[in-house]
Write a protein that binds this ligand. Structure first.
Ligand code: PHE
Length: 338
């Protein structure tokens, strides 16, 4: 017990004399560590008569606690001292001017979307929006995707709540919402964010589309073609050529994909257009009678066209950007060029 008392007194004195965190840590290991002073002294307990052991054990614990708390106090004191020394050393010069902020501007994707909307609003279309979290009904069923139809695989879907909801894979959902809300004739443009399980240099899991559709009596494919031609010439200039290729979408019949002549090589063929001179920018077609039936429009009376265009694709072409991820990275060095 005397040795223990002496150890405690010596320890407290040593702790008081320490001046750096490192020294304190070394001392802690020497005193309280597995091979430390207290542990070796504790081995003596086993030599005591059994009835004295509990009391001795309790004494050892008291000493351990007192040494630990002395170390903690010292550690706090050292930290406070170090901080105040730093605050004294470091000069904060309030006269240095800050880093200049340039004026902000719209993201290139927003610019394209605005231009897109302006062109169609100029043609008399109005803007509608729909939710990004959807149900199978609006994203697929009412757009004439039957259950288990392979066309569902065209769009790898993010499902939520065990499949009860999903992130919309296209803005065609807004066709359904609008038709259920309003009576024809309609001319609508619907911009928005869409989601697909896809990620590489030309695909991002989130991207933007602009949907357009027009419903009236006696609408033909020629109206669709004329509208898109005007749009392409406004956006890319009159020299840009366009062509339609037959395609398939469950909600349009007939369906087409539209290509425009490559902006990078002017149609001669390059890396961007994979040597073809053409780049696909949108899907389109005549609204399928089944879609009209699903919203209670009479398909004998009403006809219409629809198209859906990927905004990032259009921006990439317009500015010759070769990786879609640049448009989502928010790197100011990239964005400040627009
Ligand atoms: N929704 C289709 C897509 O995302 C595009 C489309 C819209 C096609 C309207 C035809 C009519 O791929």
């Amino acid at each position: 017990m005397e040795d223990l008392k002496a150890l405690e007194l010596g320890a407290i004195e040593e702790i008081g004399a320490v001046s750096t965190g490192e020294e304190l840590e070394k001392l802690r290991v020497r005193l309280l560590g597995k091979k430390g002073d207290i542990t070796s002294l504790m081995k003596g307990i086993s030599k005591l008569p059994p009835d004295e052991r509990p009391k001795a054990g309790a004494e050892f614990n008291k000493v351990k606690v007192s040494i630990s708390s002395a170390i903690e106090k010292k550690s706090a004191a050292i930290k406070a001292q170090e901080l105040s020394a730093r605050l004294n050393d470091e000069i904060f010069d309030i006269t240095i001017s800050g880093k200049p902020y340039g004026p902000g501007h719209f993201h290139p994707s927003c610019d394209i979307m605005d231009e897109f909307i302006d062109i169609f609003v100029g043609l008399g279309f109005c803007v509608e929006e729909g939710p990004e979290v959807e149900t199978d009904e609006y994203n697929f069923q009412r757009l004439n995707f039957p259950d288990d139809h392979p066309a569902r695989d065209m769009q790898d879907t993010f499902y939520l709540q065990n499949g009860k909801r999903l992130l919309r894979t296209h803005t065609s959902t807004v066709q359904v919402h609008t038709m259920l809300k309003k009576k024809p004739p309609l001319a609508v443009i619907a911009p928005g964010r869409v989601y697909r399980l896809d990620s590489d240099i030309t695909h991002s899991p989130v991207f933007h589309q602009v949907e357009g559709f027009l419903i009236d009596k006696n609408v033909t494919f020629a109206h669709l073609k004329g509208t898109l031609e005007l749009f392409v010439h406004r956006l890319y200039g009159k020299n840009t050529k366009l062509r339609f290729r037959p395609s398939f979408f469950p909600f349009t019949e007939p369906s087409a994909e539209m290509d425009i002549s490559c902006q990078l090589c002017g149609g001669k063929g390059c890396r961007l257009c994979k040597g073809t001179g053409w780049i696909e920018i949108l899907g389109a077609g005549m609204i399928d009678p089944n879609v009209f039936k699903a919203v209670g429009y009479d398909p004998e009376e009403w006809t219409g066209f629809a198209f859906g265009c990927g905004i990032e694709r259009v921006a990439m072409l317009k500015y010759s950007i070769d990786d879609i991820r640049l448009l989502f990275g928010n790197d100011k060095r990239f964005l400040s060029q627009f």
